[in-house]
Design a protein around this ligand. Structure first.
Ligand code: UD1
Length: 363
């Protein structure tokens, strides 16, 4: 029997932890999972809604760290997590993704000599101004087992000198969640409530500090979006960081007069229902690049790089950057030609959690 601490900290972690927890529940003679929520995200819309939608129980342990600068948040998570590891004595700690909770918990384990496995290892944007890139590099350097979603990630790790006996190409656990909830999402009324059922619309997410914290960059992106929204409405569930910046910069009036519709953040099921019906997705998120690839929905990534190149090689993703003219042109191109059928990357098959659990037992 393996006691495993599953670390959930921020919104993009929850859909990665859920299938692993569910798989462990199905194998009670092999696993005793304990969900640890760091509290990095704490609003009901950013956290509880996801636990409910994904069928996760209330976290067994909640560290309640909240927001702060990178150093403060990371340090608070480490300080709160260390006694938990000492008390729980897990066989494995599983961290997912690339948020501050990921590196903080991995570092605690590495120092205590407790085995840590990183799910979604090896992704690299090669942009060290992204806080997530630092978290990825460091977490991979100190983890005992590295679960990858694509073979380019394996290559990245080996180029960094990671021994290949630590690397396991298991596929994409986030797609386990996507597949498990597609049918359930059909019951969501979100498209009807927003008045877009049966019509063309786009969906936008935007929250990267590099896009939203700088006034000029955000102004340019919003101008482009307002222009695109003259062709079709853009539904924009707004991340709290972005909402604060829009208010601070006084962009709300221009937006209100346009087809760019700001709404509160959505839970997992409603958001899945919304983007799965979109003609076009515009985003700076990592996960959405993968989800749109699997569903064959055109995706424009408003960033200069991606750690997920397979979504461009095999999928629907186009890297557009943040230049307003380029965003408008790319949207116009995407809307004028139907999305060609794309390939689903290898092992993005809904069975990644099973492979992860098998490897945890074997290693
Ligand atoms: C974090 C992750 C990012 C991920 C994103 C998804 C890091 C370094 N960043 O960024 O990789 O893509 O989550 O959402 O880990 N806030 C709230 N309520 C909350 C959480 C945050 O209002 O529940 C506000 C706070 O003002 C906070 C700000 O949003 O200061 C930013 O939150 P934070 O967790 O620091 O970073 P994110 O931008 O959410």
């Amino acid at each position: 029997m393996q006691k495993v601490l599953l670390i959930a900290g921020a919104r993009p972690n929850f859909m990665k932890v859920a299938p692993i927890w569910a798989e462990m529940q199905r194998r009670p003679s092999e696993f005793a999972p304990v969900i640890v929520h760091t509290g990095q995200h704490y609003d009901a819309a950013m956290s509880d809604a996801f636990f409910d939608d994904l069928g996760l129980p209330k976290p067994d342990i909640h560290l309640g760290v909240g927001s702060g600068s990178h150093a403060v948040q990371t340090a608070r998570i480490m300080t709160a997590f260390e006694p938990i590891v000492l008390e729980q004595k897990p066989d494995w700690v599983v961290v997912v993704g690339d948020v501050n909770s990921t590196i903080a918990c991995a570092l605690v384990c590495a120092k205590l000599g407790v085995k840590v496995a990183h799910v979604e290892a090896g992704l690299r944007s090669r942009d060290r101004t992204m806080p997530e890139e630092i978290n990825r590099i460091l977490t991979d350097a100190i983890s005992d087992l590295l679960f990858t979603t694509s073979q380019d990630a394996d290559e990245n790790l080996m180029q960094e000198g990671v021994s290949d006996d630590k690397i396991r190409f298991v596929g994409n656990v986030m797609i386990d969640s996507l597949q498990a909830h597609l049918e359930i999402a059909e019951r969501s009324k979100v498209r009807i409530d927003l008045g877009v059922e049966g019509s063309d619309y786009a969906v936008l997410t935007l929250h990267r500090p590099s896009n939203v914290d700088d006034r000029t960059t955000l102004a340019g992106i919003i101008d482009a979006l307002i222009a695109i929204s003259e062709k079709l409405p853009i539904i924009f569930p707004v991340h709290p960081r972005t909402r604060a910046k829009i208010d601070e910069f006084g962009f709300d009036k221009n937006i209100a007069a346009s087809g760019l519709r700001l709404i509160d953040p959505l839970g997992y099921i409603d958001f899945l229902r919304l983007y799965s019906g979109a003609k076009l997705v515009l985003t700076d998120s990592g996960g959405l690049q993968e989800e749109t690839t699997v569903l064959g929905i055109a995706c424009l990534t408003l960033r200069h790089n991606t750690e997920r190149p397979i979504t461009i090689e095999l999928g629907t993703n186009v890297l557009v950057g943040t230049d307003p003219d380029k965003i408008k042109q790319a949207a116009s191109d995407a809307l004028s030609k139907p999305t060609t059928k794309t390939n689903i990357p290898p092992l993005w098959d809904g069975k990644a959690a099973g492979r992860i659990c098998n490897e945890l037992i074997r290693s």
